[in-house]
Design a protein around this ligand. Structure first.
Ligand SMILES: Cc1cc2nc3c(=O)[nH]c(=O)nc-3n(C[C@H](O)[C@H](O)[C@H](O)COP(=O)(O)OP(=O)(O)OC[C@H]3O[C@@H](n4cnc5c(N)ncnc54)[C@H](O)[C@@H]3O)c2cc1C
Length: 387
């Protein structure tokens, strides 16, 4: 292998890096992954909508199907969902590996290889450290698919603390849970998570993922949730932890996701739903767009990567922006207002509307409609100011 034959180097072998590689139709592609296998360590609850699964190319790894959600505030609960399947629960290790196998039909992989960009007078290149060896590559295009903490994005100056917030997570997989396998459980209670939420996701056969996202101290907050929340105590009274993971989630909007011959995809580009933290749906869409734009560039149909920014913004940019607006409102609401919203919602006709038309991939648009209709004093006034 002449390593300098590569037209494209993708830094990061997660699902979005692999989908990007899969969609590059011409040229030689190398995917560089710092871990020794794809899909580990786990940093995901594995909940993906029907459309999301399609967008990801129907990968293997489904362990359960769900019809909706129980959404709890401190003292209220609303049940969303009906008979139809709304989402799938995935074993991410299996899913990521399956997507990587697809990408491997087109791309080479270098595992246990840490990649970083460097700039010299000829532009950006990639420096790889692989088993103690240093390798320098000069591809035509470099893709930063290096996840939430993206060194690539930071080095390019595209990602900073102003245009995105990094949240932390802690998640346990537990067995012997007594849970309704058909519904996910979401807890909006500031006592446990001040800036996001807590979840119990059924994986089928009495297995669950119990997790929490917040700004920090997530392990202790999750233990507190398991020990003190009434519903969690009931579901998990005989349960045992069999897996433990921590992770990072980027929430924000990048005005620019390319510079010179480098572009960012997936979590590195903040292609994440600000209200739920789901990153696979927009990530897959963005990865496909990146692959198509890179193909055009290699074909010399376009002179730069500007088309990438234009196309992802047209496809899902406004949903991320609206999600950030609703999140701004969400952060201002205390437990009392959240209780009021959930209680009003549980008694309202809107539930029928949500069950018929609600799209978990377009949560921002749906939340705006719901909050406007509920007309809850404080929440409504803040929303009116924001929109
Ligand atoms: C707790 C939690 C729960 C979540 N739950 C869901 C969910 O239920 N549904 C959903 O849709 N999304 C969920 N997400 C988000 C989802 O996991 C991400 O959006 C998705 O994994 C993004 O894919 P990616 O390929 O962009 O990044 P990643 O999956 O993070 O992959 C990046 C890859 O790059 C590699 N890498 C990083 N730096 C380098 C380097 N310098 N050199 C080489 N390799 C490198 C990493 O090892 C990794 O393999 C969740 C996130 C968290 C934290």
């Amino acid at each position: 292998m002449n390593r300098n034959d590569y037209d494209v180097v993708i830094i990061g072998g997660g699902p979005v890096g692999c989908i990007t590689g899969e969609y590059i139709k011409n040229g030689r592609v190398l995917i560089v992954e710092e871990h020794q296998s794809i899909g580990v360590p786990l940093q995901c609850a594995g909940l993906i909508s029907k459309n999301g699964v399609k967008e990801l190319g129907n990968p293997k790894g489904v362990v359960n199907k769900v019809r909706g959600a129980y959404i709890y505030s401190k003292n209220s609960m609303v049940k969303i969902g009906n008979e139809g399947i709304r989402a799938y629960i995935f074993e991410r290790k299996v899913m990521d590996k399956d997507i990587a196998i697809r990408a491997a039909k087109k791309c080479d992989f270098l595992l246990k290889a840490y990649g970083k960009i460097e700039k010299d007078k000829n532009g950006y290149k990639v420096e790889i450290t692989h088993l103690g060896e240093k390798i320098t590559l000069n591809p035509k295009i470099i893709v930063g698919a290096d996840g939430a903490k993206t060194i690539t994005g930071k080095k390019l100056g595209l990602v900073n603390n102003k245009n995105r917030e990094i949240l932390s997570s802690c998640q346990f997989e537990m067995v012997n849970a007594e849970v309704d396998d058909d519904f996910v459980y979401i807890f909006l209670d500031r006592k446990y998570s001040e800036r996001f939420f807590t979840w119990i996701i059924p994986m089928g056969k009495d297995r669950v993922r119990v997790g929490l996202i917040d700004r920090g101290n997530c392990y202790n907050k999750l233990i507190r949730f398991i020990n003190e929340n009434k519903i969690a105590k009931e579901i998990l009274k005989n349960a045992t932890i069999t897996e433990f993971s921590t992770g990072s989630l980027p929430i924000g909007y990048l005005d620019k996701t390319f510079k010179d011959n480098v572009l960012l995809v997936g979590d590195a580009a903040c292609h994440v739903k600000p209200l739920s933290g789901g990153g696979l749906y927009f990530g897959a869409m963005g990865g496909k767009i990146a692959g198509e734009v890179i193909s055009k560039y290699l074909n010399e149909d376009i002179e730069n990567l500007e088309l990438y920014d234009k196309r992802w913004k047209e496809t899902f940019g406004s949903e991320i922006k609206n999600g950030l607006r609703v999140r701004k409102l969400f952060l201002k609401l205390g437990n009392d207002t959240l209780d009021k919203i959930i209680e009003k919602l549980s008694k309202s006709d809107l539930i029928d509307y949500i069950n018929k038309h609600g799209d978990m991939d377009r949560q921002a648009s749906l939340s705006i409609k719901v909050l406007k209709s509920l007309d809850i004093g404080l929440g409504f006034r803040i929303l009116r100011d924001l929109l």
